[in-house]
Design a protein around this ligand. Structure first.
Ligand SMILES: [Zn+2]
Length: 236
């Protein structure tokens, strides 16, 4: 099993058990997170650091972010658009595009965060034919699946275990473009809802997808993990 999106930086201060996981991508929301990820990853080969600036952290600088780039970095993100009331949409778009340029320059996949901004996000990522990545915690619904550029994957999280509407979405995502995420410490799956999420609980999300696909756990795991390896170019 592979967790393609977890937050384990010092602000969350969590112990993790990685024994059941092949590896895990450390998502970053800010410059501080990005530095933390690089630091945490030094101690464990299974932890793969991403660096990025979340749309709620638009005062952080992408120029500073680029200075953190090392060969260990596996992705840029999470970055994107979050059009909740009162936000500076122009500033969000600017910092998003700068991180897209960074991903292209270093040939890294982009981890895209999109909230209340599905159409705008799709429009922007579609402008860059060489850009690849994942739509983190995909919430664009069934009808937008076909609009997502082919070189993008769909990240599905623990809420699939309790949001019935998402099952139909997952059924419509091409099997070879689906990856799983915990978004630790958030989005805890059933049967642990209400607790702080942990990477090892991704097992329940794999199980749910296996049920939706009507495949056994091992077959499901094989397909999903091959997708994750292809996306992040990590062959551990
Ligand atoms: Zn996240």
């Amino acid at each position: 099993m592979i967790d393609t999106h977890a937050h384990l930086s010092s602000r969350f201060n969590q112990e993790v058990d990685l024994s059941k996981l092949d590896w895990l991508v450390l998502s970053a929301s800010s410059l501080t997170d990005s530095k933390d990820n690089l630091e945490i990853a030094k101690n464990n080969l299974k932890l793969k650091p991403a660096i990025g600036i979340h749309p709620q952290e638009i005062n952080d600088s992408v120029e500073e972010l680029e200075k953190l780039m090392t060969k260990e970095v596996v992705a840029i993100g999470e970055c994107g658009l979050e059009f909740t009331p009162g936000v500076d949409k122009i500033a969000q778009e600017n910092i998003f595009r700068k991180q897209i340029e960074l991903a292209l320059k270093y040939q890294k996949p982009l981890i895209v965060h999109s909230r209340e901004a599905s159409e705008e996000t799709i429009k922007i990522i579609s402008e860059y034919p060489n850009l690849r990545g994942v739509i983190h915690c995909y919430t664009g619904g069934k009808k937008r699946i076909a609009k997502i550029p082919e070189q993008f994957y769909f990240g599905i999280d623990g809420n699939i275990t309790y949001e019935v509407g998402l099952e139909e979405v997952v059924r419509n995502i091409p099997k070879n473009r689906l990856v799983l995420e915990t978004d630790t410490p958030f989005l805890t799956p059933v049967p642990h809802r209400g607790e702080t999420n942990k990477p090892e609980w991704i097992e329940f999300t794999y199980q749910k997808v296996a049920e939706i696909w009507n495949l056994d756990f091992k077959e499901t795991e094989k397909i999903i993990d091959e997708n994750a390896r292809r996306l992040f170019k990590i062959y551990l």
